[in-house]
Design a binder for this molecule. Structure first.
Ligand SMILES: Nc1ncnc2c1ncn2[C@@H]1O[C@H](COP(=O)(O)OP(=O)(O)OP(=O)(O)O)[C@@H](O)[C@H]1O
Ligand SMILES: Nc1ncnc2c1ncn2[C@@H]1O[C@H](COP(=O)(O)OP(=O)(O)OP(=O)(O)O)[C@@H](O)[C@H]1O
Ligand SMILES: [Mg+2]
Ligand SMILES: [Mg+2]
Lengths: 227, 227
């Protein structure tokens, strides 16, 4: 599904170069269940942004479904993302003034789903994360964990083939976090490819494969190891 | 240090009333180490905003250091907050365009600390959370866990007597999270009152007292129990 070869990301800050990713090579097949772990600042979110076509590497090759990302136009990247990839961002990235159901409806709108159907699907997605009674709340009227769940519903509503989730249970109590993980795993059994960045060992333990990062590099990959 | 009597917080949404806090009574003494736990949406952050004088209850009495909060002017509340209370917010609440050291310097600026001293103190606070080499980075140039640590440094720089921390290790890997907890606990031994909202059982286990919330109420309080 995705292949990275010698992916490098360097940020230029005035005279200084900051290497956020340092030659990362990685492949993830359709249907895998991968956890990405590592210390704060090790490059996990940067990696996920490149996987999700939200950022371009400074060097190296990234392929998704056999296509080189750098061969695609901005518009083709946006269509591919909208059709195939669901994102849960580390800080949710909700629209500041939209109600929860409109946040969740947004990917359907971009996908061209009819308005008559999209509101209903948005409400169903919210119900799946226990927020049916918060559909009209704006982000400032939602708790941290409720905002995170809106972001999760939004990530799943367009039935993506790949879910990229950055700390998706970070703001959730244990029980709500387990409900979310059960939801992801049900979808995984139906074919969804799961890539989850997490600091929670209990989440990492549920994955079939664990990739560990440090200082912009992959220092271990359990593929072919424990499962 | 703080006393709450029948604290209620109701949000009015058009015709509907949403009770976020439902008659909470609570006292916290100087020097305590309290964890607040509970399900997503149970009212923890709402409670912390009232404790920290950032929000007013709809009903009930809140006292801090013997003074009723509703007897104080907006200006007196701001001065008391700046002098006594450090906040780590659930979503950090950093300024969008300021570098890390300026974020941390802000409480010192409000406290009237001389510019010659405040930059130095800000840099020291950043060093305490392992971010000396990120002092000039703006939030968008920092990882999630680095932003959280900037918020932590900012909360501590003015040497408050009360720390209110909402999920302060939520974006941190285990080891960085333990470094932060060790920092808090050192300050606690020197007299800092610690109130930490957390979903992490390992953080809750370190506290001397655990308050559990559900549906806007306190359902258990281990005071006089385990410690
Ligand atoms: N401005 C508001 N208007 C309406 N409802 C609100 C508003 N702010 C918060 N709420 C509601 O109040 C309840 C309590 O919110 P609070 O943020 O205190 O929860 P919490 O315990 O911190 O949850 P989490 O663990 O998810 O952060 C939630 O159900 C939320 O939807
Ligand atoms: N725009 C930028 N300019 C400069 N440096 C940046 C920028 N964005 C990120 N960085 C740096 O790149 C490194 C990797 O960041 P990244 O967000 O990928 O880390 P992470 O592994 O997700 O960390 P966390 O667990 O704290 O979320 C960090 O050290 C960060 O300071
Ligand atoms: Mg990150
Ligand atoms: Mg909260």
């Amino acid at each position: 599904l995705i292949g990275m070869k010698e992916i490098t990301k360097v940020y230029q800050m005035g005279e200084t170069s900051l290497p956020a990713l340092d030659g990362v090579s990685l492949s993830i097949d359709e249907g895998e269940y991968v956890a990405i772990v590592g210390t704060s600042g090790s490059g996990k979110s940067t990696l996920m942004n490149i996987i999700g076509l939200l950022d371009r590497p400074t060097d190296g090759v990234y392929q998704i479904r056999g296509q080189r990302a750098d061969d695609l136009t901005g518009r083709q990247l946006a269509e591919l993302r909208n059709r195939e990839i669901g994102f849960v961002f580390q800080q949710f990235n909700l629209l500041a003034r939209a109600s929860a159901w409109r946040q969740v409806e947004l990917p359907l709108f971009y996908a061209g789903v009819a308005r008559s159907a999209s509101r209903q699907r948005a409400l169903e997605a919210l119900a799946q994360v226990g927020l049916a009674d918060r559909a009209d709340h704006k982000p400032e009227e939602l708790s941290g964990g409720q905002q995170q769940r809106v972001a999760i519903a939004r990530a799943l509503v367009n039935r993506p083939s790949l879910l990229l989730a950055d700390e998706p249970t970070g703001a959730l109590d244990t029980r709500t976090g387990e409900e979310v993980m059960a939801l992801f795993e049900n979808l995984h059994e139906e074919g969804l490819t799961l890539v989850i960045i997490t600091h929670d060992q209990e989440v990492a333990d549920r994955a079939r494969r664990v990739i560990t990062m440090r200082d912009g590099a992959i220092i271990s990959d359990s593929r072919g190891g424990s499962n």
